[in-house]
Design a protein around this ligand. Structure first.
Ligand code: WTA
Length: 668
């Protein structure tokens, strides 16, 4: 996009074009029935039971969810279960509850008092266990630290932490007093922090001096310092946890140490009584414009859905050791490392670092050491493990595993089979869970004791989820044809808005089909009704399971003085699902060479963060445009993937541009 367009790119018109399939797909037609051993103890034991429950959940949602919600701890019972005036949804109207109380207090009066809530391992190898009682105490103390530093109900608190128990403590402490947290993944840059702070006008940041990743220290506090340079920030306090102990800058009057602050507080902190619709957190995610969206979730509905899915999809048991490998900076870390499992009173394992540190078997070692029984990870990680070789996992005893899960991107049948045979020993059901930051929790997923699975499909909708796969006019497409994935009914954990931008909320999710939520994904249903997710059909990439807006990367590129114009597209990548390819035209007189390509890659890392690092920069004399000036991404995608060009090029302004781009061999 041009510099002018970068500032305010209108939401790109979504095209029904669907990402091309990964070439390495292996077709696997076998159907895997739930293992009878698993079924014996499962909560839902048959398809008939699933179907009856699903029918009730969509036909009588008030009855179904009203009953389920009674399993949570309410300070004041709710009246009406649900109110809906598109696009505004309210759940458990009039009810009052507190998330931290549900996750902690209600477990500490019985047998779970001394049960491990969080088992943690640091990348260098330290080990810690926090029982429910201990976690409760830490959360209460830290909630008092927040209060002492001026945080009140409704204030926004940024959390930019390594994967240490204190990240969960900070989140739960916010929920205890009704502050709204916004966790930022440690792979985002100072500039990304600054944008998010400004957008939600946060008054406080909780961070650490650093964290460990692949043997190196990530300088988290340094990034926070850079983000807060200048006078116009809303941030008044920064609370710093000492993790690595390296020297850091402490700004007098603004920065305080976590451990010092604890000296001033006690461990009594009543859980605030919060209305069911009280904002719980904001989580920024990429959309099809240059500006990330602050997805807003609220209290009662979100908690119920994360709790219910842990109960029915992970089928968590009191003796499980459950491990979700997602970072707390992504929604998966929110719903399935912290809130869902703790609301269930489960034991949640947390690991700080990289899967290949110090060697490629770190994950298998952890599963063996702690006897992990439920394991939830991303297809991109599974493909990396496959590449590293089977011998790494054969060194370890993985027989404690009883259930496996995946999330984040479609899983290719080859990776599914490897996961099933080598990790699960052929006996563990696999739940391939489709959902999004916006949906708060699982939406399409097998129920492990009931649903026969087929490698590569997320199978059937979860309770209360009414899925449509439709054409542009909203008509259901026939079996095996691709369409847009929509959700036809509101559900408890749906996003309640985009922070500070009602219009964008309406336009992004509710304007393609009146009254239905459009998810941004393409899908097809097979003859058995199973849903196969094809991938994003908007200008959002899915790189190693992380969402990345092409417009965000384009904005970053054009902010570099050498760049005149850029267009970013994805291309299939065996390991990461998609790779980031940037077509760049440079300004007059600038030499487009390898050193500039490296500089541009580094520039994108600096502006957005390492998560957005381009795989390839391709210089071009011009970008293919329609006569009305719109970049023809469809063609660029084909060029980036080395495909032969298909489709209509008659609207192209200058056909020679394509010839030149196709001839270009990349960076050199
Ligand atoms: C993709 C992550 C196929 C999808 C929880 C969605 C998936 C986006 C799956 C959301 C899956 C997630 N199969 N695709 N099981 N799970 N996706 O917001 O394109 O980071 O729209 O949420 O990831 O990514 P997000």
């Amino acid at each position: 996009m041009s510099k002018k367009a970068a500032a305010k790119k209108p939401a790109a018109k979504k095209k029904p074009a669907v990402a091309s399939k990964n070439k390495s797909l292996l077709v696997e037609n076998r159907v895997f029935k739930p293992n009878p051993e698993f079924v014996k103890q499962a909560r839902i034991k048959s398809m008939a039971q699933y179907k009856t429950m699903w029918e009730e959940s969509v036909k009588h949602p008030d009855k179904f969810f009203g009953r389920e919600a009674k399993e949570l701890l309410w300070q004041k019972p709710f009246g009406k279960v649900h109110e809906w005036k598109c696009p505004n949804s309210k759940w458990f109207v009039g009810g009052k509850l507190n998330v931290s109380e549900n996750c902690l207090d209600r477990h500490i009066h019985g047998a779970r008092k001394t049960k491990a809530a969080i088992i943690w391992e640091g990348e260098p190898g330290e080990k810690r266990v926090l029982t429910y009682q201990q976690l409760h105490r830490e959360v209460c103390r830290f909630a008092n630290v927040l209060k002492r530093n001026g945080t009140k109900k409704g204030d926004r608190v940024i959390i930019y932490m390594p994967m240490i128990p204190e990240a969960a403590v900070a989140m739960l402490a916010c929920t205890r007093i009704g502050a709204i947290h916004s966790v930022i993944f440690g792979g985002f840059s100072a500039e990304s922090i600054k944008d998010r702070v400004n957008d939600c006008q946060a008054e406080i940041i909780i961070t650490a001096d650093g964290g460990y990743r692949r043997g190196a220290i990530v300088g988290l506090k340094k990034n926070v310092d850079d983000a807060l340079k200048g006078k116009d920030t809303s941030v008044k306090k920064v609370i710093v946890f000492k993790r690595t102990g390296q020297d850091i800058h402490i700004e007098e009057g603004r920065d305080v140490w976590w451990h010092r602050e604890l000296e001033y507080v006690d461990a009594k902190c009543p859980a605030a009584q919060l209305d069911s619709e009280t904002p719980l957190f904001i989580l920024y995610t990429s959309g099809s414009t240059g500006k990330p969206k602050g997805i807003l979730h609220t209290t009662g509905g979100y908690l119920l859905h994360s709790y219910m899915t842990c109960k029915y999809v992970f089928d968590l048991r009191d003796d499980d050791v459950y491990w979700c490998t997602a970072d707390v900076g992504w929604v998966t870390g929110h719903s399935y490392m912290v809130y869902g499992p703790l609301a269930m009173g489960a034991t949640s394992l947390m690991y700080e670092g990289a899967p290949n540190w110090p060697e490629n078997d770190r994950f298998w070692r952890i599963i063996d050491d702690y006897k992990v029984s439920v394991f939830y990870t991303a297809p991109t990680a599974i493909r990396a493990f496959m590449k590293w070789g089977d011998h790494w996992l054969k060194k370890h005893d993985l027989s404690s595993l009883r259930l496996l899960g995946t999330v984040g991107e479609p899983i290719n049948p080859e990776a599914w089979m490897w996961y099933h045979n080598l990790v699960g020993g052929g006996k563990c059901p696999i739940v391939d869970t489709w959902w999004q930051t916006e949906t708060g929790g699982h939406m399409i997923t097998p129920i492990p004791g009931a649903t026969p699975t087929k490698p590569g499909t997320a199978t059937l909708p979860f309770f209360g989820v009414d899925v449509g796969i439709v054409d542009d006019l909203g008509h259901e497409v026939p079996a095996n044809e691709q369409g847009k994935l929509v959700i036809k009914k509101p559900w408890p954990s749906m996003l309640r808005g985009i922070w500070g931008d009602k219009k964008r909320y309406q336009e992004t999710y509710w304007s393609d089909f009146k009254g239905w939520y459009f998810a941004g994904d393409g899908a097809r249903r097979d003859k058995d009704g199973y849903i196969w997710i094809i991938g994003r059909i908007d200008d959002v990439l899915n790189v190693a399971g992380h969402r990345l807006g092409t417009a965000e990367v384009e904005s970053a590129l054009v902010s570099h003085p050498a760049v005149a114009e850029s267009a970013v597209v994805g291309r299939p990548d065996e390991l990461k699902g998609q790779g980031v390819v940037c077509f760049v035209t440079v300004k007059e007189g600038i030499k487009a060479d390898r050193s500039l390509a490296d500089e541009l890659k580094a520039h994108v890392r600096k502006v957005i963060g390492p998560v957005a690092t381009p795989d390839e920069i391709r210089f071009a004399a011009a970008l293919p445009k329609t006569r009305s000036g719109k970049i023809m991404r469809r063609l660029l995608k084909q060029i980036a993937s080395g495909e032969t060009l298909k489709g209509d090029t008659t609207t192209l302004e200058d056909i020679n541009v394509i010839a030149a781009l196709s001839a270009a061999s990349g960076e050199d």
